[in-house]
Ligand binder design. Structure first.
Ligand code: GLP
Length: 241
């Protein structure tokens, strides 16, 4: 595992540099993208690099990790809306090549088809991840097994509480989401995880220094052959404990 530590802004810059290199080496690459507040700064940096002509998304294909059940792309809290407003509408990407799991009218079979689409596109070259306070990746919540494929999941109370800051209140947070499975994430050729803030110190330590267990879904990354962890000093402080 490659580990990079710095300030939050520099973490975003260094992550953006990884994308600059990848997109220049492989302009047709497939990116697995993430939402949440952690990648916002990275997306700002990517937009700036694209505007400066240092990278192009023209031939890139993207697959996002997850989406709330019941929210369509026009809902301001949907992850499709997030991606459009933080990245896709601001860079030279072909929107028809951007994929976010559909939040409405989806059956289990349709959800799992997302994995087939990713495979047909050649598989994810670089999967971006944040981490939830309970160790979730995408919306794979702690449970007694590692879900393999894209599926519907009931959100835990702690995740709904954490994400309530984006909604009018906790009751407004959807009770369920569609998420890539842990198997989908692990199939990516490379994983880049960004973790910032003191509130993530404990879970970062449990994910990378504790036992590999589905009760801390991110801990499976200990078994991934190519993970880059980018974190700030505040998040890293738990690793010293
Ligand atoms: C959400 C997303 C995750 C994200 C996590 C942490 O629930 N589904 O992909 O990593 O929360 O979000 P944040 O970066 O806002 O702390």
């Amino acid at each position: 595992m490659k580990i990079i530590r710095d300030t939050q802004r520099n973490c975003a810059r260094m992550a953006a540099e990884e994308y600059r290199k990848l997109l220049n080496e492989n302009p047709h690459c497939v990116l697995g993208l993430a939402t949440g507040s952690t990648p916002e700064m990275l997306y700002e940096e990517l937009v700036a690099l694209c505007k400066a002509g240092k990278l192009s998304f023209k031939d890139v294909t993207t697959y996002n990790l997850d989406e709330y059940v019941g929210l369509d792309g026009s809902h301001p809290q949907s992850y499709r809306y997030f991606m459009d407003s933080h990245l896709f509408n601001l860079v030279d990407i072909d929107k028809t090549r951007t994929h976010v799991p559909c939040g409405v009218g989806v059956t289990d079979e349709m959800a799992a088809h997302y994995d087939d689409e990713i495979k047909q596109a050649g598989g994810v070259d670089l999967q971006l991840l944040g981490i939830g306070h309970d160790g979730h990746i995408g919306f794979n919540e702690p449970c007694d097994h590692f879900p393999v494929r894209t599926h519907e999941v009931a959100l835990t109370e702690s995740t709904r509480r954490a994400n309530a800051r984006f909604f009018a209140g906790e009751d407004e947070v959807p009770a369920a989401a569609y998420t890539m499975g842990v198997g989908t994430v692990m199939a990516a050729r490379r994983v880049l995880m960004i973790v910032t803030g003191a509130d993530k110190a404990d879970i970062l330590h449990r994910a990378f220094c504790g036992p590999v267990t589905p009760w801390v879904p991110a801990s499976i990354l200990q078994f991934h052959p190519d993970v880059t962890l980018i974190c700030d000093e505040a998040a890293w402080s738990g690793m010293k404990a």
